[in-house]
Design a protein around this ligand. Sequence first.
Ligand SMILES: NC(=O)c1ccc[n+]([C@@H]2O[C@H](COP(=O)([O-])OP(=O)(O)OC[C@H]3O[C@@H](n4cnc5c(N)ncnc54)[C@H](O)[C@@H]3O)[C@@H](O)[C@H]2O)c1
Length: 317
Amino acid sequence: MTRDTQLNRRHLLTGAAAAGAAGATFASTAAADQDGSAGLASLSGKVALVTGAARGIGLAISKAYAAAGASVVMLDLADPEAVPAVDGFRIANAEEFEAAYQAVRNVTPNVLKVTADVRSPSQLDEAVAQAESRFGGLDIVVANAGYVRWHGFADGTEMDWKSVYDINLHGVFNTFKAAIPALRRRGGGRLISLSSIGGRQGVPGNGAYTSSKWAVIGLTKQAAIELGPDHITANAIAPGPVDTPMYRSVAQRRSMGVETIEQQDAMIAPLLPLGDKPVMDPADIADAALFLAGPGGGAISGAVIDSAFGYNAFYTG
Ligand SMILES: NC(=O)c1ccc[n+]([C@@H]2O[C@H](COP(=O)([O-])OP(=O)(O)OC[C@H]3O[C@@H](n4cnc5c(N)ncnc54)[C@H](O)[C@@H]3O)[C@@H](O)[C@H]2O)c1
């Protein structure tokens, strides 16, 4: 099935679900699945918070959740001055964030844009409070915001190491921790983190990124164990190479020992058994996030979903 066909099919399914299941709960849509409507991914009546939503994977997840009927809180720092750029790679800016917000607004009016830094626990608390105040609660949290500084291990500075950990690990902790009381108030919920294929194997040349993404998995598994009794699931997604500014940066290519995008694609394509293209679309990762947030994901917790065109088959047991 082509990507376009898949998207059209998903659109039909989620559109049908949103039209027919307003106010449905996870339990009732799960029942619909048992009646033979497998694949319906309605998030009607649900409220989702997505960090790093100004572009890339976070924007794709925001759009997918909106199309599935959720109210969406899009959170991003959107201030390139606040996080040091690396060889031209920078975090999103305010114009990108506004464009992303408008793109999701085209899908649903139930979207809120929050400018906040995942490194700040108090800003995360405030974002959760805004979600509850505007939409009446919070059900789904995607800790997606991420950052990378590319360098060899021996060349890393304290700033390199700590700045990556502050966003990639402490940011996930801050996001989950701020959300837990709100999810408990709803009687359950879904926590989803973004790890990476770099969090499943050793990867040279990207400094603290690899170990931070391993740590995200550990944090997520701890959350799954401790929060299960509260009916809160916690899972990580480990994407393969995705067509976003992070993966397409000059520094990323240099860390892979190539110069051009064509060379990058030629190097990675043989490692992607499933793909008919050498890089994933952000919407591919949004599919996994939709599944984990939806009725089909209710029995899954403490898992890592490798969404990587099969790259993971080379390293998973
Ligand atoms: N692109 C890939 O190939 C790939 C592969 C595996 C994992 N990932 C992970 O997926 C996630 C999204 O990656 P992407 O490729 O879309 O990256 P991206 O750089 O395009 O988007 C990341 C977003 O996070 C935001 N952000 C950064 N620091 C922030 C902060 N302190 N507070 C709030 N927002 C902040 C940025 O402004 C940006 O909008 C990241 O966690 C990344 O590590 C990406």
